[in-house]
Structure formats: C-alpha cells, structure tokens
Design a protein around this ligand. Structure first.
Ligand code: NMX
Ligand code: MLT
Length: 436
C-alpha cells in the first residue's frame, strides 16, 4: 500500500465523524432555497451537493483545498491528485510513492488497442476515450470486492485501487488514441523515468525540441484537474458512482458529459472559432473587424466558445495562467494574437448584448491556440487532454465519496403541473410529487 492510501486511512475516522456530527447537530438547517426559475434553469446556484476537493468562487475561480489554482500552476498533476484526495500537498516521500504506484500500473492492456483500432475512423476521440475507459471495467477490483461481500467501510480502498489503475493508464491510452486517430503510428510505451505529465507529452510523439510542449502539457493537466462538484462531468461521475458502479463506469460516464460543446468540447470549438477569424481576415483582424465577427456569430444564434460560465463572474484564473504562458512563449504568434484581441473585444460585445451573466473568458478560450502552436493541430482531440486532467478530480471525488459512504444520488423531480400549483400557492397532494 502506498503513502496516499495510508494517509487516507489515517484521515478516514475524523472525516466520517465530522459528517456524522454536522448532520446530527445541523441536519435541519436550511442552506439553500429553490425558485421555479432555478428548477427550469439547470439548478443554477442551488446548493444541494457537497464537494471538498475544490470550490469555485464566482469572483475567485478554482480553489483547490484552500489553495487558489494560480498558486498551484508549478505543481505536478500527481501532486494535485494527492492534494485533491487528502487536502495536503505530498512531501517528497509521498510524491515518490504515488509516482511509483502509477508507474507500476501504467501498462495499457493490449485489448484496449484492439478495440480502439476496430472503431470506425471517424469516431470522435472523446468517444474513443470513453470506450477505452469502459472497456477496462473488467479490471475493476471494486466490482469484484463488492460481489464478494465487502463491508461499506472498506469501499474506498478498492475504489482507490481502481482510481490509481485508471490514472496510471490514462496518459498512455489518451496518447495512443491521438496516434491511432491521426494515423501517426502505433501507440508509444510509457517511460518510467518521466513524471505523469511529461510521459503523456512524450507518448503523443510530437517533436518538442525546446521542451515547451511538455511544459504546456504539465500546466494544462494541472489547471484542468477539478472544478468542484456541480459541473456536468463531475456531477455525472458522482451520480453514477453513487449507485456503486465502479470508477471505470463512473469516469467513462463523466467523460461523455465532458464531450458536450457547452462543457469540455468548447476548447475544440474555440480553436475552430479562432481559425475562422484567421482565415476570414488572412491574419489578425482589426478590432472593428473582430467586433463584427463576434456580433455576426451571436446574431446567427451561436455561442462564443470559451466565454461565459455557470458559476464564474470574473476572468477564469485558468485562462489567465495559460494566457501568461502564451505571452511568454508566443506573444507574436497570429493565433495567440487573435485570442488576445478577442479577450479585449468579446466581453465588451457580450456586455452590450446584455444576455450572458458572465462575459469573461473561461479556460477554453486560449488553450487551443497554444496547442496549435506546438503542432497539436487536430482540434477534435483537444477535449481528450481535458479529460486526462479532469480524471484526477473525478477519481479523487469518487474515492472520498466511497470513504464517506455517500448515499445514492436521488433528488426528487416534480411535474410541471405540480410546480404551477405549488408556485400559485395551491395545496399539492403528496401522491402528485408534493412530498418534501
Ligand atoms: N455566447 C453567446 N451566448 C451566451 C454565451 C456565450 N459565450 N454564454 C451564455 N450565453 C447565453 C446563453 O446561451 C443564454 O441564452 P438563452 O437565454 O437564449 O438561453 C444566456 O446567455 C444566459 O446564459 P448564462 O446564464 O450566462 O450561462 P449558463 O450558465 O446558462 O451557461 C455556459 C454557461 C458556459 C454553458 C455558457 O456561458 C456557454 O454556452 N458558453 C460558451 C461555451 C463554453 O465556453 N463552454 C465552456 C465552459 C467551461 N468548460 O470548459 O466546461
Ligand atoms: C469546468 O472546468 O468543469 C468548467 O469550467 C465547467 C463548470 O465548472 O461548470
């Protein structure tokens, strides 16, 4: 057993006691109310979920276990995983132990390659990624232990084992998907001398004479790690995991949510948008041209990818971190300059339009242009990169939920008729969905 396991085992009794006593002492306290608009509006702002791995403040952005993401950008993704799980950054010994555990589990089973190669050539890389994760479900030790009658207090241990297995193979699986999908050649094997992020960058097989691409990948994997519990992929993963479906089922399900254009696929859409600008104006347009382009997009009923957020009300600090990276390595690159100009123009236009609650850029607004610069030009693939990183958050949330014995997710739905009656003050019978 590694140091991460041992630390979680030490923390488990106090964490469980804390939840028990919060419920015992404050179980009846009201912390959120729900309006009809929220019921019909994607539950925006309704506080009905707990997630301790990270929180997203509307005016702060991502804070991982009390540490703003901007202060974590030099950390390795493995360190972030340990932090997400335990609330502590690992010391050198704990980090080495976790890296060793990942290396020991990093061999991608050969059947995964057979499955991926058998898929039609136009299968989206996110469908390949989710399929690959699901295909490894047969390896779940959680499912096996559950079927053998494991006790509830033990659930987290095989969940952690599955999480480690999954995280260990994901860089190899994701890089292999890139190579198969883009016909770049056979998947490359892991290199045990490299850390998780550097190994992933190397297995993609792109030329990287300066090490800049490796650095970008490490930063990207750290920044996209988690975004509290209510985003589509985390919530999906949590819900599926709450049925005690094992981490392979749950993470695969979460990835299917990440594949949506309003969520993780926005990074692919963003690059498409920026390329559209570049091609139309044969380079960097003037501010007036850019303003027209943004308006044209809005007037045609489309969203501006990479702008807006369900929670944030300021520029996403993950955008800022990637933008700073771009400013350092490619300030004069045409794509980066377009992103930069868009950052000046788009919020003004969105404010003028007056519809969006958050006119500022999110993480997806800049990442594509940087990946493109380093030769990763196949933008269909970009959401897989997001997925590799976000698996850190999904897995840590799953492990903690099994450790705390979080019950199955099952909110109450009501009919529209019930809502109309309830909202107009009429008494609603319990049999019609009126129970509390
Ligand atoms: N461009 C145009 N319209 C927008 C945008 C945008 N970027 N963002 C929001 N709106 C519209 C939205 O469609 C809605 O219109 P309608 O009333 O006609 O349905 C209106 O503004 C109000 O939406 P909000 O309450 O501001 O946003 P909501 O919380 O519903 O949605 C997003 C949040 C992120 C889904 C939305 O801002 C969006 O679609 N952004 C573009 C896609 C994107 O960048 N997604 C990535 C999110 C981050 N991630 O990586 O996952
Ligand atoms: C995320 O990183 O998951 C996105 O910003 C979406 C969200 O938090 O809703």
């Amino acid at each position: 057993m590694g140091k991460l396991h041992d630390r979680l085992a030490e923390q488990a009794p106090a964490l469980r006691d804390k939840i028990r006593s919060v419920v015992a002492e404050h179980g009846g306290a009201v912390v959120s109310e729900v309006t009809v608009s929220q019921v019909f509006g994607g539950m925006r702002g309704v506080k009905g979920l707990v997630c301790d791995t990270s929180v997203v403040g509307p005016d702060k952005g991502l804070v991982v276990r009390g540490i703003p993401i901007a202060d974590l950008k030099k950390r390795l993704p493995e360190e972030i995983f340990y932090l997400l799980c335990t609330g502590e950054l690992p010391n050198a010994e704990a980090l080495a132990s976790l890296q060793q555990e990942l290396r020991q589990r990093s061999q991608v089973p050969s059947y995964v390659w057979n499955i991926l190669k058998a898929l039609p050539a136009d299968t989206h890389p996110m469908a390949m990624f989710s399929t690959a994760i699901l295909s490894m479900e047969r390896e779940s030790v959680f499912r096996k232990a559950y079927s053998e009658g494991m006790q509830k207090a033990e659930y987290w241990e095989p969940a952690l084992e599955d999480a480690l297995r999954l995280l260990a193979v994901l860089p190899g699986v994701a890089a292999g998907i890139y190579r198969i999908h883009t016909r770049k050649g056979e998947p490359l094997p892991p290199n045990p001398k490299l850390d998780w992020g550097a190994d992933f960058a190397a297995m993609l097989g792109l030329p990287d004479p300066t090490g800049g691409f490796r650095d970008l990948m490490k930063l990207f994997l750290t920044l996209h790690c988690d975004h509290e519990g209510g985003n589509v992929s985390a919530f999906t993963c949590h819900t599926v995991g709450s049925a005690l479906s094992d981490p392979f089922y749950a993470v695969s399900a979460g990835m299917n949510g990440l594949a949506g254009p309003l969520h993780g696929l926005a990074n692919q859409e963003c690059l498409h948008f920026v390329l559209g600008v570049r091609n139309k104006y044969h380079g960097v347009p003037t501010d007036d041209q850019l303003r027209d382009y943004v308006w044209e997009t809005l007037n045609s009923g489309r969203v501006i990818p990479g702008y807006g957020h369900a929670v944030l009300r300021v520029t996403d600090p993950r955008f800022t971190a990637l933008h700073e990276f771009g400013d350092r390595v490619c300030r004069d690159d045409v794509m980066f300059r377009i992103v930069d100009r868009l950052f000046n123009i788009t919020p003004q236009v969105l404010k003028e339009q007056g519809k969006v609650k958050d006119p500022w850029p999110n993480v997806d607004a800049v990442s594509g242009s940087l990946l493109y610069l380093f030769g990763l030009t196949e933008f269909e693939y970009y959401t897989v990169l997001f997925g590799v990183s976000r698996a850190l958050g999904m897995c840590s949330q799953l492990v903690l939920n099994r450790l705390l014995g979080t019950p199955i997710t099952r909110p109450k739905s009501v009919s529209t008729e019930w809502l109309i009656k309830a909202a107009s003050g009429a008494r609603v019978p319990a049999t019609q969905g009126g129970s509390k």
